[in-house]
Structures are given as structure tokens and as C-alpha cells.
Design a protein around this ligand. Sequence first.
Ligand code: FAD
Length: 455
Amino acid sequence: MSVAVVLFTSDLRLHDNPVLRAALRDADEVVPLFVRDDAVHRAGFDAPNRLAFLADCLADLDAGLRERGGRLVVRRGDAAREVKRVVERTGAASVHIAAGVSGYAAKREERVREALEGTGCELRAHDAVVTALAPGRVVPTGGKDHFAVFTPYFRRWEAEGVRGTLTAPRTVRVPDDVSGDELPDRDAIKNLSPGLARGGEIAGRKLVTSWVNGPMADYEDGHDDLAGDATSRLSPHLHFGTVSAAELANRAREKGGSGGEAFVRQLAWRDFHHQVLAARPDASWSDYRARHDRWRSDEDEIDAWKSGRTGYPLVDAAMRQLAHEGWMHNRARMLAASFLTKTLYVDWRVGARHFLDLLVDGDVANNQLNWQWVAGTGTDTRPNRVLNPVIQGKRFDPRGDYVRRWVPELAELDGAAIHEPWKAEGLDRAGLDYPDPLVDLAEARARFERARGLD
Ligand SMILES: Cc1cc2nc3c(=O)[nH]c(=O)nc-3n(C[C@H](O)[C@H](O)[C@H](O)COP(=O)(O)OP(=O)(O)OC[C@H]3O[C@@H](n4cnc5c(N)ncnc54)[C@H](O)[C@@H]3O)c2cc1C
């Protein structure tokens, strides 16, 4: 019997998985392996919300494999060492993995390749598994290795087209004599956000079907409506790969309409950030474009931002949603990030770290590069724009319902007045457990402009 190993990483699914498909083509038996990598733990990347979502994903993947006659083998330790052990035990001739984009993923791939040297087993990394289009598949004319501007990237992304969708296998035969550890137990994980979503391929696929056949139609008009909560919430599934970006793009395209088109464009934004990171892995913690900022670092202000007590209702609503759900609306993320980096003029890395500690979709490519985009050290072509929380509130939460949901202290304020509680007549501010604004917006803006040499 020939054997192949599938090292699952950010592709925890049976449907549309080129890695699993290739392994099944290669061999009679397959070892579906997931390694809980010590390196992820050492990097502080195994935040409780993501660990819990991961536990759901692994349980679901195991169940799906069992329905097909197989099972998932989970190990803990060093990914390269565990792969080698499984290869030595089974005599596998190939190991299959999704090509990753982060520095960590590239290093893992390199270490697995090294570990397999001399075993006669080859490593095959598959493209367009984590993203819809592989990083580097389209590059600008003129010799650059990645696009730094989204619009020309998107033009080429569309022209290139997304690969076709693969079906899930019917049977997966796993060798008997490969042992694994227990699956992680979600209930044993502490400090979870109370409103955390459930993970797993089944939940992800249900969400895709209901999204594509329903609310997606209104996405173009509704995606910025904070109270309407009218986005797909598929980001954690895309992060863990329980939903395939390529299949999702194909399904949205097939459904069509302006909502479908607008949604596919967002999936291309995801690919865009991934291709930037693949070419510039250092951008995970270093400025993509240095602006020579001398960031401020006021711990009280940073704490007020983290705990949703800045006195700016929209910023506070955003930060409280993050703490409660481990997720935040995109418009809210932009505002919260702009407030930290431009209004408080605090290093984007401080905010990115806090987001990574809580976000269930926390993702090096999307998180770090969006933070850099907002901070003006990334790919934004208008690096010095500052979002004003009052104007943003009136525009994207005109009735104030998003703020009312997350900042109940202010619930008695009507409509958009909730965005400026300091102006509310008759409000007993002394009796209210809600802080005064942390900073004056005009002064903070002037400080930022001075710092960036724009005055
Ligand atoms: C400061 C900041 C930090 C962010 N951190 C993350 C992160 O860690 N992980 C993450 O997945 N997204 C991140 N984003 C991007 C975006 O906010 C989320 O992807 C989106 O809010 C997820 O909600 P959704 O699935 O309902 O999105 P939808 O509006 O339904 O969009 C569909 C999908 O498109 C992709 N997408 C949408 N907008 C973006 C974007 N601006 N950049 C990249 N991909 C996008 C996501 O995969 C998303 O799931 C961040 C944005 C900002 C401004």
C-alpha cells in the first residue's frame, strides 16, 4: 500500500482542498495530520478565541474524515519532527501541504523539507489553497514581485480568474498504525470572548450557503452599515480554511449581482494583502513604508482604548464588540485603528498585537497589513488621512444603534446625538459611568500633522 501524508494547516476542510485531493491521487492511504505547533505557542499566536475555534474545526474535520472511513491524527510538538516521525512510521512517499505566505509558514515548509532529506519522501506545496489566487501568480509589469496598489492588482486578479472548485472525497483510507493525541477540548479553554462564534467546516458551509443566497444581494449598499451587521462574518472560516476562498469566490460570482461583485472584490483584498506579505514577510512587524514616526506611548491612553473607555462612543463600541465577540466589523476596525495610530499617535504594532490577542480571524496578512494601511505605513495611497469618530458615527451609524448596543450607558441618547454625549442637554454626566473624551480631536490631529511634517 502506498502512503501519503497531508499536513493540514490553514486548510481545515474536506471540500475544495487541492492538498487532500493531490495526496489521495498519489497514494492508496493517506495520513491526515494536524500538528499543534510549539512555535505557534512560543510566538504567542495561540490566543484563546482562536484556539477554541480551532478545536471546533479539528473536531469537525475528524468527524468528516470518519464518515469517509478515516480519522484525523493530531500531534503536539514541532511540525517538522512530527511529519518525519509519521513518514518513518508509514513509509510515506509524499507529504502535501498548502503553500503559506507568512514568514512562519515559509520557515515551516523549509524545515519540513529539510527533515525529509534522505528519507526518499518528497514535500509538495500546493498553491491557491489558502488564497483564491496564489501570491505571485500576477505581478506588475516592470519587474516588481508584488502589487503595492489594490486597483491594478484587482484588474489582473479578475483577468486571471480563480481556479475551479474541487469536490470532497468520498473515502479516505488511513493506515491503522499511526497514533495521535486527543483532540483539543474547547470546554477546557479559558478566557474566551462570551459571544465567540462556533468553528468547523459544517458551520462554515452553512454560513456560505445562507450568505450567498440571502444577504449577499444587499452587500454593496449595506456593508458599511455598522448597526445592520450586514457582512458575511466568514473571516474566521477563511482564516482557518474551513471555507475555501476560491470556492467562495466562484459561488459568489455564480450568484452574481452587484452584491456578489462587491463581495468578490473583498476576497481579492484578502488575496492582495497575502501577496504583499508573501513578498515582504518582514511587513508582519516592520513598517512596509517607513514614515519615521516617533510614536507616543501613554499607557493610560492605551488602556482606555483597549477597554473601550476613550469617551468617543463609536471607538468604545468597536473595542467592546471586539472583547465580547472576538470579532469586529470592518468599518469599526478602521476607526479603532485610526484612533489609536493617528489620534493617539500610538505605534500600530501595539494595536495589531491587541487585535491578535482577541480576533478569532486574527491573521498576520490581513491584520498586520490592514493596521499598516490605516497607520499610513502600509499600502494606502492616502497615508495621512485621519478618521473622525463623530463624523464616522453620523455616517455609518446614523441612528446610533451600533453604539447603543455596545455602550448601554448612553442608550438614553436619541439617534445620532449618541455620538457626542458631551453636547447632550439634560444628560446627567456626573451620574453617568462614561468617561469624558480622552483627547481633543482638533489638537490630536494637529499633533499628528506636525509629527508627519504636514503642518
Ligand atoms: C485594523 C484592521 C485589522 C484587520 N484584521 C483582520 C484580521 O486579522 N483578519 C481578517 O480576516 N481580516 C482583518 N481585517 C479585514 C476586515 O476587517 C475583516 O476581514 C472583515 O471585517 C471580516 O468580516 P466579514 O467576514 O464579515 O467580511 P466581509 O465584508 O463579508 O468580507 C468578506 C471577506 O473578505 C475579506 N476582507 C474583507 N475586507 C478585507 C480587508 N480590508 N482586508 C483583507 N481582507 C478583507 C475577508 O476575508 C472577509 O471575510 C482587518 C481590518 C482592519 C482595518
